[in-house]
Design a protein around this ligand. Sequence first.
Ligand code: NDP
Length: 342
Amino acid sequence: NTQIIFSKIPTTFPEVGEHMTIKHDTIDLEAELPENHYIVKTLTLSVDPYMRGRMRAAGTKSYSPAFDLDKPMAGHTVGVIVKSNNDKFKVDDIVYGIGHFAEYTHVPAQLAFLFTPRNEARESGLPLSNYIGVLGMPGMTAYVGLIKFGKPKKGETLYVSAASGAVGQLVGQIGKVLGLHVVGSAGSDEKVAYLKEIGFDGAFNYKTEDTNAKLTELCPNGIDIYFENVGGKMLENVINHSNNFGRIVCCGMISQYNTTNPEPIHNLIQIVSKRLRIEGFIVGEHPEMEADFRKDVTQWLKDGVIQYRETAAEGIESAPQALIDVLKGKNFGKQVVNIASL
Ligand code: NDP
């Protein structure tokens, strides 16, 4: 059972072999399991920016707990039950939940809630990896963030940063379904071309083009909703282009995750003059929207109303580099790591 271990706390970008290391141990699939235990074989694994925040010292507070040093890292996975002594999980069930960065996760009784069955994945015709992306935590983040916190009204202008990523590409497409004028930015010309292909009204490369000039050009009526994924200078720019009563939905600030010296924002006075609402949210705190999210997004996918791009790495050993790639913007669309097939 190959695992990825959190082996050292990083101060900037984590590195393979130093902060994340590979370890092999054995898992006995023949041995009898204690009551309510079960074993999940990982099929596909999600690597997400928030995992960088979990690579910190124990005891420091945040919305998700620090990874334990010298223990396997963990994240959203789709897996299949290969052994069970738990009535709720049958062998061959497809499940979704928090598993180890490992080929197998032995789930003890007290953590049995970490997975839920997703057997519909067999019949849906959708790739299993969709269940950790567009139909998993990142998809739900887009849905909750835009609908509940963005409070969109038809005809308004939505601007999304990191727009071609796991969350951003869905935010923009939901924005189109809801009748918004949608603009996005991303870090390469290929990503920008993709945004236009999937229906964004405007898109630009924030690395090679001037953000202020592009926001003036592409958002002629100003910005009503900013779906914030990156923070830093981008946030400062957007505040300058925000309309009165604009909503800035703070989903993430990835540009600040690997720095010890966060960038200051100089124009916060406009929160008052423009009566802006700047609000953060954490997806896991909105389970009441899950049923609607899964119903709507499954339907949009099946009807071809939305598309969803993924980048796949292969094999558990590639998980650490895949996570670093996400933090450095090398992923194009949702980054997944395929571990095994059904
Ligand atoms: P993505 O798939 O968008 O991958 C991250 C992307 O961020 C990169 O591809 C890169 O795209 C961009 N990026 C990286 N570094 C920088 C930088 N310095 N400045 C600007 N952009 C950068 O990730 P997700 O869609 O999974 O996550 C997007 C955001 O949502 C993150 O901030 C994440 O933390 C947050 N999040 C929040 C949740 C919540 O509950 N609040 C839940 C899930 C995610 P590019 O090439 O375009 O620069």
